[in-house]
Design a protein around this ligand. Structure first.
Ligand SMILES: [Zn+2]
Length: 96
């Protein structure tokens, strides 16, 4: 997780309250933002993204989503955006 100055207003993933533009908030890719005190609370409750690996073990659907994103990044970096998006679309099609 990273401490950032929010460029846009957002919603705290812990308390659901709003975060303001230019507010200093914690941010994690794929998760969203947390108020500073909320990040500490979420960590105590075991809901912070830093404990993501535990969720990966417990939630196969979530783990699959994470793998899909990793695949996408790999394909994009290796073969380009067009290829990565074609693969992703094919996957979504197969899921239905
Ligand atoms: Zn909050």
């Amino acid at each position: 997780m990273k401490l950032i100055y929010a460029k846009y207003p957002g919603k705290c993933q812990h308390c659901g309250g709003k975060t303001d533009r230019n507010e200093e908030v914690w941010w994690a890719p794929g998760t969203g933002v947390f108020h500073q005190p909320c990040k500490a609370e979420a960590e105590r409750a075991g809901n912070a993204p830093d404990t993501q690996h535990e969720r990966l073990m417990q939630d196969p659907e979530y783990a699959q989503g994470v793998r899909d994103v990793e695949d996408y990044h790999f394909n994009r970096d290796t073969f380009g955006t067009e290829y990565a998006e074609a693969i992703q679309m094919e996957k979504e099609f197969n899921d239905q």
